[in-house]
Design a protein around this ligand. Structure first.
Ligand SMILES: CC(C)(COP(=O)(O)OP(=O)(O)OC[C@H]1O[C@@H](n2cnc3c(N)ncnc32)[C@H](O)[C@@H]1OP(=O)(O)O)[C@@H](O)C(=O)NCCC(=O)NCCS
Length: 162
């Protein structure tokens, strides 16, 4: 059974931390985050996880602020373990994050950096993210996408809860 929750850093155990490290190392991207950075992000950011029978199979790491856009939360990292992809887990994690920030920021935006050639770009477009002309801090290989969280929530409810 799949369950979703906002991670409580103070309750983080070793098995959970090692799952973050394993999923990140096997994500297929060129420059996965090292374990030390994962630990720092877990401590400093808002993190939401999906578990299958208790074991973490996907996560989203969120910053409540973006350096690109005022009034925007920012997706630091989103990752679903390869055997679990294509089942709507990423969409549900983004929906959870939207709902979390909409409580205090109903007109807020969400933004992210994405590698232009990545398959994730199609996912973001499908759920309502638009491509901006803001230069990515990762260089020309990436672009910055953004969307109002209200719009994302509406689209994600349709796509995941229909
Ligand atoms: C991108 C990622 C988080 C999507 O997670 P997911 O749970 O498979 O996504 P969902 O099931 O909610 O949505 C599937 C969509 O994601 C996109 N997608 C991207 N990579 C995919 C993959 N390897 N397998 C299946 N779908 C993928 C497709 O557009 C797909 O569209 P569809 O709904 O029309 O089939 C996941 O593929 C992943 O972890 N990739 C490696 C890390 C990564 O690229 N992170 C994003 C950095 S910006």
């Amino acid at each position: 059974m799949l369950t979703y929750e906002k991670l409580d850093f103070n309750a983080l155990n070793r098995a959970d931390f090692l799952k973050f490290v394993e999923i990140e190392q096997n994500c297929g991207l060129d420059d996965p985050y090292p374990p030390e950075l994962i630990f720092e992000i877990l401590e400093a950011m808002d993190n939401f996880v999906c578990r299958a029978d208790g074991e973490i199979v996907g996560f989203i790491m969120m910053s409540p602020k973006s350096h690109y856009l005022h009034g925007s939360a920012y997706i630091v990292n989103i990752n679903v373990a390869a055997p679990w992809r294509g089942q709507g887990i990423a969409k549900k994690l983004i929906l959870m994050a939207c709902r979390h920030y909409l409580k205090t920021c109903p007109e807020g935006y969400m933004s992210l950096d994405v590698v232009k050639t990545s398959r994730a770009r199609a996912l973001y477009r499908k759920i309502g993210f638009g491509e901006t002309v803001i230069p990515s801090r990762n260089g020309p290989s990436d672009l910055v996408m953004a969307a109002p969280m209200k719009l994302l929530e509406k689209n994600l409810i349709r796509l995941t809860e229909a």
